[in-house]
Design a protein. Sequence first.
Length: 309
Amino acid sequence: MTVFDRAAVRAHRRRVAGGGGADDQGGRLFREVALRLGERLEAVRRFFPRALDLGCHGGALARVLAGRVGSELMVHADLAPGFAARARAASGGAGVVADEEMLPFAPDSFDLVASNLDLHWVNDLPGALIQIARALRPDGLFLAAMLGGRTLAELREALLAAELEGEGGAGPRVSPFADVQDAGALLQRAGFALPVVDRDTIAVAYDDALALMRDLRAMGETNAVAGRRRGFSRRATLLGAAALYQERFTASDGRVHATFDVIYLTGWKPDASQPRALRPGSAWHRLADALGTTEHDAGDRAPMPKRKS
């Protein structure tokens, strides 16, 4: 199924990379999520000498990872050559132009694959995760953040209402996103061991909805849905959406807030050294002894305590 126009995704990134955006004009979200990915990595007491920054964008994650991983090899990969070059300049290593749906890396190439707000633009996410798992060495770590299903719910509602009112119909304006349950199932399907999925909700304040739209453009995150309406949006539709946004989603501080639903994915390439669940009945000590209580069979009920008169 083709959900996204990958040529449009590439064009948006090339435009932003050529204009110096994504890490300065529209990079607040990328920087914040990169820091949160870095915190998750700090909790892992392991060395990752060979690392891949997949979908490196403006270099926010590259700056967080600099000095922590990639002592042997650090690769920054992106659809846009400008982004790959910028990330390489930020933390050294190699810059590679690569498509997440057709990764050019040999099996067992990396100890860590990290990705910051990139995989939500992939059509074949199960295939991409399988390729990532293949590129990892045994016991290698996959750590990623992607946008989830509740992202930009306010903008979606305002644009839909404005189009229906002003144009008599509406096309897809905001991308469809995966949910937590989907992401966890996909990690297991791709063969990752010890999969963990969690989410954050990040609210970003703007003066108005038009400022939000400009920020999305500066990040290269504008509409790339394959079934989107072609051509320029009507000025009246955008102004109407901004007015509806202001009316429905103004916070107590007088600014409008945009919701970004961020899903974090963690998984390991299977290896014999990883912890495994023990076979039932193989414990060395009885739980009842540890708790100081009496053990009962599964079909028995413990006697009810007598009430004190």
